[in-house]
Ligand binder design. Structure first.
Ligand code: PLP
Length: 386
């Protein structure tokens, strides 16, 4: 037979069993999770666009005009004018020559890394990179070298020891769990010295960091070779994208298997995303998000809650450690009307569980005050802070 039941049992015994929670209202700051009314502090809907009327209308218009399904892969019959329009919009927003849409950010990473890194390549990858980067590395034929998290000395040492003729450095910009931001200017400098390509995953940076939310290149005022992103977080639709020079995008269209062998996204999804970019550029959502991020960091630090990460990031990790304690703390918060999930192994290392809180532009100061107050009481009750 098989050992799947035993494996499942082991997961449960280690407090690592995962279950879905179900929402029965839209993804707004107040929603209903498992029948409980909560203040949502865990969504990647950073700019509150997922349930925005204009975005929804655009999605519906897209469907009304072109139908629901796209009916084929992009290289067969699935490409609509809308796909091209969104790609041009993304390239403009990200200040790049060209862009290519994938069906998810996950598929973008897997497709790009495996298409570029043949057996002659070295892949230098941050140890805390997103799972989709790790899986892209595994699919690639190149040799994978993992460097210590955001540690530029270690990166430099590893590259200079090998002195590769071809290679990439790949990193999240805003790290998805720890919420810190990679030292991209230094990575670009090292890449130049060794003639390597830079690949940066802006999943949590697009629509979020930089004065106008354009992501890590705007935040640091520097340019990388390939930027990957998702349309599923701040852009509040679905899909992934890659931005780069025209010839790289051209190559990916011909070589990235997760692009070639998958049906194109629905015209509704695409038209919704186009509207989101318009709203990101024409409203003050990014500014409001960043004001909230500053405000809550200050409040948390005032009451002695140590937040890791970067103070400009919408992801605020609260370190707990023990898996069971993290689950219980998250449960107490939920019972108090606040949803902040516990993140456990394998998303973070064993015994390094966190509460992962995210901030949205739609929160107001009153909401954030309530969160800080409840967190304080529950963390004291559980002996996590004094
Ligand atoms: C969420 C995420 C992805 C995956 O994007 P999807 O569009 O949800 O598949 C990729 N990279 C990072 C860093 C992410 O946080």
């Amino acid at each position: 037979m098989n050992d799947i039941k035993e494996k499942l049992q082991t997961i449960k015994e280690k407090n690592l069993y995962r279950e879905m929670r179900y929402l029965s209202k839209p993804q707004d700051k107040y929603t209903i999770i498992d029948k409980m009314e909560v203040l949502l502090m865990s969504s990647n809907n950073y700019l509150g666009l997922a349930n925005n009327e204009e975005v929804k209308k655009a999605a519906i218009d897209g469907i009304n005009e072109f139908g629901l399904g796209s009916g084929g892969a992009r290289l067969t019959t699935g490409s609509y004018d809308l796909h091209k329009k969104l790609e041009e919009r993304i390239a403009k927003f990200k200040n790049c020559e060209a862009a290519l849409i994938f069906n998810t950010g996950y598929m973008a990473n897997v497709g790009v890394i495996s298409a570029i890194c043949d057996e002659n390549y070295y892949i230098f990858s941050d140890e805390l990179n997103h799972a989709s980067i790790i899986d892209g590395c595994k699919l690639a034929k190149g040799k994978i070298i993992v460097y210590k998290h955001n540690n530029m000395e270690d990166l430099y040492d590893k590259i200079s020891t090998i002195n590769p003729t071809k290679g990439i450095i790949v990193t999240d910009s805003v790290f998805s769990m720890d919420g810190d931001i990679a030292n991209i200017p230094e990575i670009v400098k090292i890449a130049k010295e060794f003639n390597l390509l830079t690949v940066v995953d802006d999943a949590h940076a697009t629509g979020v960091i930089g004065k106008n939310g354009r992501g890590s290149s705007e935040y640091f005022n520097c340019k990388v070779d390939i930027t990957i992103g998702t349309l599923s977080k701040a852009v509040a639709s679905e899909g992934g994208f890659v931005c780069a020079d025209e010839y790289i995008i051209d190559y990916l269209k011909n070589k990235a298997r997760s692009f070639i062998f998958s049906t194109a996204l629905s015209p509704g999804i695409i038209n919704g995303a186009i509207k989101s970019f318009e709203l990101i550029e024409s409203t003050d959502r990014v500014q409001r998000l960043n004001n909230n991020i500053k405000y809550i960091n200050k409040k948390l630090n005032e009451i002695g809650i140590e937040t890791g990460g970067n103070r400009d990031s919408p992801i605020i990790p609260i370190f707990i450690g023990d898996e069971d304690l993290a689950m219980n703390t998250s449960k107490s918060l939920l019972e108090n009307g606040i949803y902040i999930p516990a993140i456990r192994y394998p998303t973070v290392p064993l015994n390094k569980s966190i509460l992962r809180m995210t901030i949205m532009s739609t929160h107001d100061k009153k909401d954030l005050d309530i969160v800080v107050d409840k967190l304080k009481h529950i963390l004291i009750e559980n002996n996590i802070i004094k």
